[in-house]
Write a protein that binds this ligand. Structure first.
Ligand SMILES: Cc1cc2nc3c(=O)[nH]c(=O)nc-3n(C[C@H](O)[C@H](O)[C@H](O)COP(=O)(O)OP(=O)(O)OC[C@H]3O[C@@H](n4cnc5c(N)ncnc54)[C@H](O)[C@@H]3O)c2cc1C
Length: 282
């Protein structure tokens, strides 16, 4: 299927993009890589007569260090991160996540900003950035605000963005040398959206102990009991597997809709346990 008739606008600054969006009074969509927007417009799941291409805005392609955190512009592509064209202040975590997204053709065009705004619970960046404790920088006509990832995604393909808001980029912590991470995703075929994603980031120096689960509900979630346990978790603990089973039973029952006897519950528990083991081994 093809999309309905659209007017394509290419813009070169953030202010120009927002002003143009405002003139169309809610009947416009920003487009970055077009890898999710275009298929959805063709399937008639999204209707818009005006498409504003933000992929050529140079401010959205920047990445730089700022006061202990690292800014990644919304129009930075998965491939730029995979290829190391963006410095990785997370000891390889961002690069590892990027190289596992879909296929190279999609990674060449798809962007980190487009992925989090699309807010697919089975996509990679929403879970990966939640575990990292990232924040989203949102720009509107009047000001710029910072929203933690956990508040940015509100539900299934829903975010806190208002009509003309533009995502400028994300801020991620610069991990210390002591940091450990793991990222495990399960899909039947390489390049497919995940059936389960577990992301662990541990950085005692930054006080970061996060375990996030994706593809298990309408949005990625932090697992509070496991996150707390990560402060003292030790791979040499002979009771580790038993302790994890107990923690995860409660975390999964409280944070997903899956019954403990279901295939999904057991899949998520296995993937999270694998991620914990991998992180602690580093
Ligand atoms: C076959 C296929 C397989 C895929 N597999 C995976 C996978 O395994 N893992 C994964 O994570 N993803 C996967 N994807 C999605 C892909 O990673 C896309 O890159 C991503 O979903 C959207 O990024 P985009 O830059 O193309 O955004 P677009 O498609 O251009 O836009 C997506 C949404 O974001 C909005 N938007 C874009 N940029 C901004 C901005 N700066 N500010 C405000 N709103 C904005 C658009 O209006 C639209 O609503 C797959 C896609 C396809 C087609």
């Amino acid at each position: 299927m093809k999309s309905g008739k659209v007017n394509y606008h290419s813009v070169h600054s953030i202010d120009e993009a927002i002003a143009l969006h405002q003139t169309h009074e809610g009947n416009a969509k920003y487009m970055a890589g077009g890898q999710s927007l275009m298929p959805m417009m063709c399937l008639r799941l999204i209707f818009s007569e005006e498409v504003i291409d933000v992929s050529k805005i140079s401010d959205l392609k920047k990445s730089f260090s700022m006061k202990g955190r690292f800014f990644i512009g919304a129009a930075v592509t998965h491939a730029m991160i995979e290829d190391g064209k963006v410095a990785d202040p997370t000891k390889g975590y961002l690069q590892y996540v990027a190289q596992g997204i879909a296929y190279r053709g999609i990674r060449n065009k798809g962007t980190i900003g487009g992925s989090i705004v699309n807010a697919d619970p089975a996509a990679d960046w929403p879970t990966a950035l939640l575990a990292l404790g990232a924040t989203v920088i949102i720009k509107n006509h009047a000001n710029e605000i910072e929203t933690p990832m956990g508040e940015f995604q509100c539900g299934l393909m829903q975010t806190s963005l208002k009509e003309t808001d533009l995502v400028k980029g994300v801020l991620v912590p610069e991990l210390s040398n002591e940091a450990k991470w793991s990222y495990v995703k399960f899909c039947h075929k390489v390049g497919e959206f995940a059936h389960s994603i577990a992301a662990i980031v541990i950085d005692p120096e930054l006080g970061l102990f996060n375990a996030a689960l994706g593809a298990a509900g309408d949005k990625p979630v932090l697992l509070p009991r496991l996150s707390k346990y990560l402060m003292s978790a030790n791979i040499k603990n002979t009771d580790l597997d038993k302790e994890l089973n107990g923690l995860l039973e409660s975390d999964l029952l409280e944070n997903t809709f899956h019954l403990s006897s279901s295939y999904e519950f057991n899949l998520h528990r296995s993937i999270i346990k694998k991620a914990v083991m991998e992180a602690l081994k580093k």
